[in-house]
Design a protein around this ligand. Sequence first.
Ligand code: SF4
Ligand code: SF4
Length: 501
Amino acid sequence: MGINYLYPPFEIIRNQDRCITCRVCERQCANLVHHYDAEKGRMTADESLCVNCHRCVSLCPTRALKIVKTDHTFKENANWKTEVIEDIYRQAQTGGVLLASMGTPKDYPVYWDKMLINASQVTNPSIDPLREPMETRTYLGKKNSKIERDSEGRIITNTTGQLKMDIPIMFSAMSYGSISYNAHKSLAIAASELGTFYNTGEGGLHKDFYHYGKHTIVQVASGRFGVHPDYLNAGAAIEIKMGQGAKPGIGGHLPGSKIGEDISATRMIPLYADAISPAPHHDIYSIEDLRQLVYALKEATRYTKPIIVKVAAVHNISAIASGIARSGADIIAIDGFRGGTGAAPLRIRDNVGIPIELALASVDQRLRQEGIRGNVSLVVGGSIRSSSDVIKAIALGADAVYIATSALVALGCHLCRTCHSGKCNWGIATQNPELVKRLNPDVGSQHLVNLITAWNHEIKEMMGGMGINSIEALRGNRLMLRGIGLNETELKILGISHAGQ
Ligand code: SF4
Ligand code: SF4
C-alpha cells in the first residue's frame, strides 16, 4: 500500500480532566473512533475515522469532548484549494467516482438570502394573526378555469383530485432504504398530525404505514420498486419522479448490503440484490409518453388522486414545465440543485442543475404567459431552510414547498454528510437495527410537529405584517419581494425590483 496523503479533516479534543472513562463515546460511535487503552487507563481516538457527526459530543456525560476542524493545510491558492487536491489524491488511490451525501456545500448564490420581504406601513394596515383569522390552508391540483353554477345559482365546487393541506409545507421524498423505518414512521406520524403529507420516495410503502395513507404521497420512479395496485391506491396522491435536484440526469443505486428482509419485501426485489434505478424511465422519451403514464396512473386510481410530476431544476425547466402542465399532470414538483440526497456522484451534485429560486420564477412566469398556470400547482424544494424561505417561495409563485433536509435536521441529523456509509449514528440514514433504535419515532415526530408549528406561526406573522391574510393572496405576489445585491438579469428572471425601487 502506498503512502496515504490525506490528513484527517477533524481532530478530537478530549479534556482528560473531565473524562471519567465511562466509554459512552466508544459505544455510541459506529465509526469505531474511540477506544479504551487499558494500559494507559485512558481513552484514545483514531480521528481518521471521524465524520464529525457530534454523537459522542452530545452524549458525553461530562462534556469532555469537542471536534474541531484541523488547521493542517496544504500550500493552497485560489485555484488549487485543499478539497481539490484531496479529491485528486482520492481518485488516484481508488480509480472511482467520488460519492457524496446531502446538498452541495459549494458557495453558489442562495437567492432566498438576496430577497427581502415587504411590510405594511400606514396605507395598508398590517393584520395581527393572534386576533384576526389567517388562512394557511392550501389546495393543490388543477383549478377550474371558470366559475360554474347549478340551476339554483350556487357555485359548483368540484375539488375531486385535490390535495388539501393545513399548511403549505410537505415532507419531500425519502425512500425506505435510504432512511430508516423509524425516520419514516416519524415523518408519517408528523404529517398526519400536521394535516399535510410525507412522501414514500422510490422505495415502496412498508406494510405498517398503509394506515397513514391519507397523508402519504406514493412515488413511482424509474426502478418501479414496490409499485402495485394497492400501493398506488394507498396514498392521497401519486408522484412520478423524473428527476432529483441533487443528481439531475442520473438514476440511483441502493447497495445490496442494505436490502435486508423488510426492504426487499417492501421494494419487491430479491434479498441483498442491488436496487438500481435507471437514469430515464425506459417508457418515457417525450411529453406524450409521460402523458400515457399520467393517465395510466389516473386509470389505476379511478381518477380520484392527483398526479405529481417531479423534475430537477435544469436549464430549460420552463419549457419542460410547460409540457408537463399539458400532460394531464395536476402538480409539478421542481427540485433545485441545492437539494439533499442519500448518495450522489460528487461532481454531479456540485455542478449540475440550477437554483430553485430562478427555476420557480421562470416556470411560474412561463405558465402564466401561456395561460396554463391554472392547469397545475407548483411545489418547490431544494433547500428550504426556514419560514422566510417558504414565504419567498410562495411570493415567487409556488403553491407549496417540499422540505427534506430541514426535516432530517429536526430529527437529529447533524449534516455530517456521510449518509451513503449506512453508519448514521443518529438512526436516520441507516438500516443497522442497533442504530435505528436510537431514533424514537414519538420524539422524532414531535420535533417535526414543533418545527412546522413554529414555522406556521412565523408565516402568519410575516403575512400579517404584509397586510395579507391568506396563502392564496400571497401566491405569485412578487410585489412583496425586493432584491438585494442582484444584477439586472437576476432581477429580471426573478421578476422583482431591487430594494429601494
Ligand atoms: S463519553 Fe466522555 S467521559 Fe465517557 S469516556 Fe468518552 S470522553 Fe470520557
Ligand atoms: S464519527 Fe461522530 S460519534 Fe464518532 S467520533 Fe466522530 S463525532 Fe464522535
